[in-house]
Design a protein around this ligand. Sequence first.
Ligand code: CTP
Ligand code: MG
Length: 265
Amino acid sequence: MRKRAGEKEKEAGGFVAAVILAAGKGSRMGGDVPKQFAEAGGRTVLSYTLEKFEKHPGVEAIIVVCARGNAGRVREICAKHGISKLRAVVFGGETRRDSSFAGVRKAAELAGGEDGIVLIHDSARPMVTEKIISENIKMAADSGACVTAARAIDTTVTSRDGKVIDGVIPRETVWSVQTPQSFRLSLIMKAHAEYERRLAAGETAEQVTDDGGLIRMLGLPVAICPSDNDNFKLTVPGDIDRLRSALAVKFDRERPEENGGQHNA
Ligand code: CTP
Ligand code: MG
């Protein structure tokens, strides 16, 4: 019998949870509220991100990580946009890694000791696609760890003094790391525990800036799920306008009859 979209991914990894990181302050973006609560096209950024995981048939549970004081706001957004897969709202920490660990711990608890997959995603990356989510689930089930990444567009150079170029990195070897970053739950739990152990022992040599970095810290491979710059992260003020334009193009594509049959892309 033919399987519905998503059933295959579900079978591949058992329990599949999405951890949505929304505990950041958005200091580079500025504004009255952290960027995940900013508005574009009449809705909050977070609502678009949540909807992508709500609609994906391979995702079973959603966990939102937010700052203390924003749980009510998160629950309101979920209720308003019909996010029925919301299973928990947990509090994040000072760093992105702290927030990520809080979400992953909750995912492991919800999995109840079962094998499972966790997708960790930035709330500030609302243009993630169904295809990227599907591929993350599959790659995490197959290889244990994957990060979404886009090939570098610009030539990348190095400069130690910040004044003169002292090297060029071949562009075909450079990737920009994005999210989702997805893992077998047992593996990412082990990586966080080892990071904390090293931190307590004063051993952390390298700076780990993303979840994939924790797996590399263990000396294990991390697969790349190829993406592009449409899956951008809202970071600086101009990115809100970029999101508005991206949403307008998408709306025109999905509802051409409301746009006089014209495609605006
Ligand atoms: N994040 C988080 N907890 C933190 C820091 C970041 O959950 N302590 C989340 C953010 O909410 C964001 C994602 O991680 O969705 C990516 O981080 P980033 O773009 O750096 O967001 P902020 O840290 O909020 O922004 P900034 O660095 O400009 O302050
Ligand atoms: Mg940050």
